[in-house]
Design a protein around this ligand. Sequence first.
Ligand code: ZN
Length: 405
Amino acid sequence: MSAKKIVQLKENPAVTNFREYLKISSVHPDVDYSGCVEFLQRQADSLDLPLAIYHVVPKKPIVVLTWRGTEPSLPSILLNSHMDVVPVFAEKWTRDPFGAEKDENGNIFARGSQDMKCVGIQYLEAVRRLKAAGAKLCRTLHISFVPDEEIGGGDGMKAFVHTSDFKALNIGFALDEGIASPTEEFALFYGERSIWQIHVHCPGTPGHGSLLHPDTAGEKLRVVIDRFMDFRQKEKDKLAANPALTVGDVTTINLTMLKGGVQANVVPPELTAVFDMRLAVTQDHREFEALLQSWCKEAGRDVHYDFELKNKRNAITALDSSNPFWMAFKAECDSLKLKLKPAIFPGGTDSRYVRLVGIPALGFSPMNRTPVLLHDHDEFLNEKVFLHGIDIYERLIPAVANVSV
Ligand code: ZN
């Protein structure tokens, strides 16, 4: 028997299951979710759990496996993951991005290995172990697999949370994705920043490029860029000065587009700058908008803006005794000696929609000592880290599902 064959025979069935899910290429654009649904139906059958499929729009299935609790009238626990993955640049990968190859160190390479097919399978495998051990949970568990998170969740969780189907699940607390951590610590996310994307228009006196007209678009644009970039620098300094802060704790501003002009010797009637901004959860929205207005006024006559995107202030999940699910989660992490690093998520996840309807949600992917490779080439997860994640959920799931108040 070859050495390779022996390795295959020894593989933990949970790892085999994970690799099988990774091989289903649920990749954007135009994801075909049918392979995922078939796979999840087989999982539900093997776990002896009912599976429901909801649709907010056709061809965008929201798959929910349910393990009924002994006290089903109590608000339930949602374990959420998304089925879709971001596109790959196959030529930049050293392996097949949908091959789920495992190297001699146990690293499993595939798109979605970190973001976030790992977590979906870890939930299922933890439940498999709990059921096999005869465990009974007080609260009902809903394990959801949603579409389109990577394109904003518009046809997925964003819409689903407002349906009667979602309300009928009676969810009291949710777990969703986090990010890998290269250190011993585990990242834990309790909130997200608000996204504002703004177009600042600077109209001015047009004319010939050889003259010095007053009130030109370029002079105004300079002031606009200066003010936005000065603010950016202050936030950058704040972040650099305090090692306890992460980028999610500050307001970020980036100049992303510049528009205007027709010809090198013509002073244009308007120049426009586009900025992407992520407002820290501590940022007062009204104050910040007043600041933007003052910058425009300072830049000169008729400088104005419009929003491409303007998120409302996102709800954050309390990490204190007012949140019994957090207390149970934290106590269990402490007894497992897991070091948690609470933070505000730097990007956006489906958690924000869940929090928006008043449900506390934590973003947690149990992957420490792992390089952060979400959306990157050669995304991988080590099988030992993956399996340890199942051990962790095997403890965390009962902890939150048995919260009695
Ligand atoms: Zn994700």
